[in-house]
Write a protein of this length. Structure first.
Length: 227
């Protein structure tokens, strides 16, 4: 794949995830987080299964040589999705997005520590400056006056969830990098969605909102957009 094509797909991915986040934010006041995780994950499996079934490559999507590795990535992704959705229900979308900028910085640090990749001094300098910027962005989240309407406790917990999501996202990238040495992309996507679906389903008996037709469409759309 050419660099230009890779950049194009990355931009499309960013737009789709932004729309998905907006839908989660809109559903937040009525739908439990676990229910949103379930729909987002369950309907993300559908296009993966259909595409590779049509291509006659379905077995490549379900056959794995590293089930424990897939379980580890799925667990990290599940934690990240729950915390991200939880943050979106408590904070403005712009603030959650701003805090998520910490994720690439954490990824660089983890790549050096876990993958033993060489990170030059200028990159470490950029990471240090980036972390300072993230800290500056986080300060208002713990200011009682900044979120008086939402409630300081709600805003602070939302900020903690957003930070947890950023850390989880970085760890997921590292685990994905390790899995790509032996696993196919559809396999990684399939097991990620499957594990998140199971985790979301386990919450449904304890928290369920019967959606309207519009809400149901939004819930299903989060899966297709996120998948």
């Amino acid at each position: 794949m050419s660099a230009a094509k890779g950049i194009f797909f990355k931009l499309i991915s960013a737009v789709l995830f932004a729309i998905m986040s907006a839908l989660v934010r809109d559903l937040g006041p009525v739908a439990p987080v676990g229910q949103m995780v379930f729909f987002r994950s369950a309907f993300a499996i559908v296009p993966v299964v259909l595409i590779y079934a049509i291509r006659g490559e379905l077995m490549s999507a379900v056959r794995t040589k590293r089930p424990l590795g897939q379980l580890g990535r799925g667990t990290l992704s599940t934690f990240g999705m729950f915390t991200n959705f939880g943050a979106l229900t408590r904070l403005p979308m712009a603030d959650v997005t701003a805090i998520s900028f910490a994720s690439p910085l954490i990824t660089v640090a983890l790549a050096a520590l876990i993958l033993k990749e060489r990170v030059r001094i200028y990159r470490w300098s950029a990471v240090a400056v980036g972390f300072v910027g993230v800290i500056v962005m986080l300060i208002p989240q713990f200011d009682v006056n900044h979120y008086a309407a939402l409630g300081a406790d709600v805003a602070a917990f939302g900020a903690v969830l957003a930070v947890g999501s950023a850390i989880s996202s970085a760890a997921t990238v590292i685990q994905t990098r390790r899995l790509t040495q032996s696993e196919t992309t559809p396999c990684i996507v399939f097991y990620f969605s499957l594990i998140c679906t199971i985790a979301g389903a386990l919450t449904l008996p304890f928290a369920w909102h019967t959606p309207t037709e519009v809400e149901l469409a939004e819930l299903i759309a989060t899966g297709f957009l996120g998948g």
